[in-house]
Unconditional design. Structure first.
Length: 193
């Protein structure tokens, strides 16, 4: 900005009275502000959950009881996925869907995933069973395996190892919460600083 432009700008400001700033808090936010923000976030998540379309009960790709299930969202590191499929992540929560109807299993699955996210759980097991004695076979397994990739919170899933339930169970990796991501960023910054 040239000297004449600056002088012209200052000339425009001549005669103006500064506004007193009394509406915004200055300095560090207190705990009440954090609580208000957390409550707003919960309300927004609840609204988003209510608006979320239900997982489809139509057009399922039928699997066989012993089929292995494997899914990984783009961007999930190969090493992370390998650790998941080898059962190396500790099971932080477990959902057993045995004897559930498809509709009831869908509701239970959605509620379980939401509860896990609220608790910042990342590695869970979902037991759907093999469905060997059902008609058609593996119906619940087929639906659960089709639903999980539709959920944005699910990063990856894989059939469990035999000692953890085999093809009747899935290891599921959930995304990190924003709070957990922030904690990781702060931890990494403290190492670098």
């Amino acid at each position: 900005m040239s000297h004449s432009d600056w002088s012209s700008f200052l000339g425009e400001l001549d005669g103006l009275t500064p506004i007193k700033q009394d509406t915004l808090p200055t300095g560090h936010r207190d705990e009440r502000d954090a609580a208000v923000l957390a409550e707003r976030r919960r309300a927004a998540e609840t609204e988003a959950d209510a608006a979320e379309p239900g997982l489809s009960l139509d057009n399922v790709v039928l699997l066989r009881p012993d089929d292995m299930v494997s899914y990984k969202k783009p961007g999930v590191q190969d090493g992370v996925f390998k650790k998941l499929r080898l059962g190396k992540y500790p099971c932080e929560a477990r959902l057993d869907l045995h004897h559930h109807s498809v509709e009831r299993a869908r509701d239970a699955l959605l509620n379980f995933i939401r509860a896990c996210l609220r608790q910042d759980l990342r590695s869970v097991v979902i037991v759907h069973g093999k469905g060997e004695r059902c008609q058609p076979p593996a119906l619940l397994k087929s639906y659960v395996s089709g639903w999980l990739p539709q959920l944005p919170e699910v990063l990856a899933c894989h059939s469990a190892l035999r000692q953890h339930g085999g093809s009747g169970c899935l290891y599921v990796l959930l995304r990190k919460s924003e709070q957990a991501k922030q904690h990781t960023r702060e931890r990494l910054q403290s190492r670098q600083g």
